[in-house]
Design a binder for this molecule. Structure first.
Ligand code: SAH
Ligand code: SF4
Length: 370
């Protein structure tokens, strides 16, 4: 049976209940899925238009102090060569992204919080803001940090931050991470980022061992509860050196891909005006995975602009796509794919979260609001 999803495209659907969200996620017959994707896409078009924004992602280091059980660049994986790009190399990538009209870059890396790293990132962000009079937007995805560090990087010019909660259910989070990781601290980091002034993004992996549909419905509710500006989600993909490989995911590749698409659609219906990224991991399960993500309600794609020589070492999961292509090749291929689904790339724009702008306006018009 086809699930009831909001029908009037422009109207905010209110807060879908846990049951309603769960029903969307559970309805895996093709007709229900198609109806869900179509409605989520209509909501995306009504709130954002037929446009996709790009962020050139620079994976500038695979050195990580953490040991997440699922991740290929975790600290204890001795089978990977560690690298860190120079600030000069990062700026070159950012310049390339700017010239290609991408409008924004994401700096992503393993997590470190030592003074050298903090200063390095600050220098890289300031350097990027020096390109073309500050034309390039900067998103960071560098894990958990102190409020002071988040403030320094914000002052240097970063204005968006992605920190996936990974699992909004603390018990599942605890099964995916060693004992020195704290779910409470991760949530506190998300609050910290909001306090500092960033547009805040979070997300989860989909189809990770031990995860239930009810967990995923809870994730969508969590996004709403935190009133996030952005969500980036993709399927879990096994990495052969990560300990989680020993635990089977309940779903095969195609089923994980479709569940990830239903999650994108459910998130769009629950949060109509946020930015939702179609994660690269979608593409590792299907060559057109990211375009499918757009058709299910996402509006952001993050093409890889990391120099080709580093890409193979930044393998969070097996089968990462485009390892042997350079950024220019990715660009041509992406433009064709996006136009192929009737969408236009919004060139030279930051593509900020509409939700963030709306909240700022609401807060500004409240008595005593800044
Ligand atoms: N170190 C930072 C940013 C890099 S990791 C951080 O952890 O926040 C970025 C994301 O990659 C993580 O949030 C996680 O959700 C995802 N990831 C890691 N291993 C993965 C895997 N095996 N499959 C799919 N996504 C994975
Ligand atoms: Fe490090 Fe991020 Fe991988 Fe965890 S997910 S091991 S923090 S790179």
């Amino acid at each position: 049976m086809e699930r009831e999803a909001p029908t009037s495209a422009g109207a905010a659907p209110g807060a879908p209940s846990r049951e309603e969200t769960l029903a969307w996620l559970a309805a895996d017959d093709p007709a229900s899925e198609e109806a869900l994707f179509r409605r989520a896409y209509e909501v995306k078009v009504a709130h954002i238009g037929r446009t996709v924004n790009l962020r050139g992602i620079v994976e500038f280091s695979n050195i990580c102090s953490k040991n997440c059980y699922y991740c290929g660049i975790r600290r204890d994986n001795r089978a990977t060569n560690r690298y860190q790009m120079t600030v000069g190399e990062i700026l070159e990538c950012a310049r390339w992204a700017h010239e290609a009209g991408y409008g924004s870059v994401v700096l992503q890396a393993g997590e470190r919080s030592d003074a050298r790293f903090i200063a390095f990132v600050e220098e890289a962000v300031s350097g990027i803001k020096g390109i073309a009079g500050g034309a390039v937007g900067v998103t960071l995805s560098l894990g958990e940090q102190s409020e002071e560090t988040y403030r320094r990087w914000f002052a240097a010019g970063a204005h968006r931050y992605l920190l996936r909660i990974e699992a909004s259910n603390p018990a599942l989070y605890a099964r995916l991470h060693p004992g020195d990781h704290s779910w409470e601290e991760r949530v506190e980091c998300l609050r910290r980022l909001r306090r500092v002034g960033y547009q805040v993004g979070t997300g989860v992996m989909i189809g990770i061992p031990g995860q239930t549909l009810d967990d995923l419905a809870g994730d969508v509710l969590f996004y709403r509860e935190l009133d996030v500006d952005m969500v980036g989600m993709g399927p879990y993909v096994v990495h052969h050196e990560a300990p989680l490989r020993e635990r089977e995911t309940a779903l095969d590749g195609p089923a994980r891909l479709r569940l990830a698409l239903r999650m994108i659609a459910a998130t769009r219906l629950a949060l109509p005006d946020i930015n939702i990224a179609a994660a690269t991991a979608l593409q590792s399960l299907h060559p057109e995975g990211r375009e499918m993500g757009i058709r299910a309600g996402a509006n952001i794609i993050m093409p890889n602009v990391t120099p080709t020589k580093y890409r193979a070492q930044y393998q969070l999961y097996d089968g990462k796509p485009c390892l042997d292509e350079n950024a220019a090749m990715c660009r041509g291929c992406l433009a064709r794919r996006i136009e192929g689904i009737g969408e236009t790339i919004a060139l030279n724009s930051w593509g900020d979260s509409r939700r963030f702008a709306r909240r700022a306006k609401e807060e500004g018009s409240r008595p005593g609001g800044a």
